[in-house]
Design a protein around this ligand. Structure first.
Ligand code: ASN
Length: 322
């Protein structure tokens, strides 16, 4: 039987978009999920699996969200996920790796809370709903909509701590939504590359991220090597490190992924001085391609949770299977 009108699922997870100043003066806390303003002719179903500031979101929450979306997708034309902005890109990328549903899934949030004159929650929510219900959004994988820009989950990243245009990332938005009084105008400029999806039973491996800096001699590395199932390093430039790291990486049994702390561009094994990218790869490290360190971590968690071994993990990163 055909559904009478379009059905939108809105999954609220917390974040500033659900926050208010706490009555006891502690500061902002997630309290009340917002409702989608003025969506005529659309049946909206709200879900609240948890209500958290996004620094409290874990990979287990991401897996739970993926299960919920899989259940909801067949009965809805689009799905919006509201989320705190701090870790939104990690959840978006996890869903990108976990979901193969054609139903559009769109994440959004806000940078200002409901008590501020510049509250951006309602506009972002309405934009996200407009994109989620747009026929051309299907089959593109999870998207992030913020400030009218549409981003793909693989490349989007938070670029500002306070501005309402808080999201960007190289090479930028893949589309745009603008609203006039009576219509939403959605334009896509690019189609995301094909991606592989994975079905891990758990996302509970321990993957540590270490951040490189001038003069790093490997402080903190031993702890990661002793306890983690995998290590991601936010390295320098095209994926280079101080010389002291080379023997440490060569002696590590777990996968070591080399990302970059630079904000855009690939990791390439070109430099041959001790600690240069070429020497790290010869020592067994795996370049993260264009993924930032925290997305490389989500990918490694997903691959470890799917039971992949080191060689298969290497192939996924090398062949950009994400
Ligand atoms: N704008 C926000 O949503 C930031 C908030 N700290 C969060 O990520 O939950």
């Amino acid at each position: 039987m055909q559904r009478p009108m379009k059905c939108l699922a809105v999954i609220h997870t917390g974040g500033t978009i659900a926050s208010r100043p706490s009555p006891d003066g502690r500061g902002l806390t997630p309290q009340q999920a917002p409702s989608v303003p003025g969506l005529g002719g659309v049946e909206v179903h709200d879900f609240r699996p948890f209500n958290l500031p996004s620094p409290h979101i874990t990979p287990a929450h991401m897996l739970e969200l993926a299960h919920l979306i899989r259940q909801l997708a067949p009965g809805h034309d689009g799905i919006v996920v509201t989320h705190g902005t701090d870790t939104l890109e990690e959840t978006a990328f996890a869903l990108h790796l976990l979901l193969d549903t054609p139903t559009p899934v769109v994440l959004t949030g806000s940078m200002r809370h409901a008590g501020e004159v510049s509250w951006d929650g309602p506009a972002n929510l309405l934009d996200a709903a407009g994109v989620a219900l747009h026929p051309q959004s299907a089959g593109r994988g999870p998207l992030v909509v913020f400030g009218g820009d549409i981003f793909d989950a693989r490349t989007v990243t938070k670029v500002h701590t306070t501005a309402v245009d808080a999201f960007g990332g190289y090479p930028g938005p893949i589309g745009r939504i603008d609203r006039t009084e009576d219509a939403a105008h959605v334009r896509f400029f690019a189609t995301p590359e094909r991606r592989r999806t994975y079905a891990p039973s758990r996302l509970d491996a321990r993957v540590d991220i270490l951040y490189a800096y001038a003069g790093w001699r490997g402080e903190g590395y031993a702890g990661a090597q002793a306890g983690a199932d995998g290590i991601v390093i936010a390295a320098l430039g095209t994926g280079n490190l101080p010389a002291e790291l080379l023997p440490l990486i060569a002696a590590t049994q777990q996968p070591v992924i080399i990302a970059t702390r630079t904000h855009a561009g690939p990791v390439l094994p070109v430099y041959g001085y001790a600690g240069g990218g070429a020497t790290l790869v010869r020592a067994g490290a795996i370049p993260a391609s264009f993924l930032n360190a925290h997305k490389a971590r989500i990918l490694l968690l997903t691959l470890l949770g799917s039971g992949l071994g080191e060689q298969e993990i290497r192939e996924v990163f090398e062949e950009a299977g994400f």
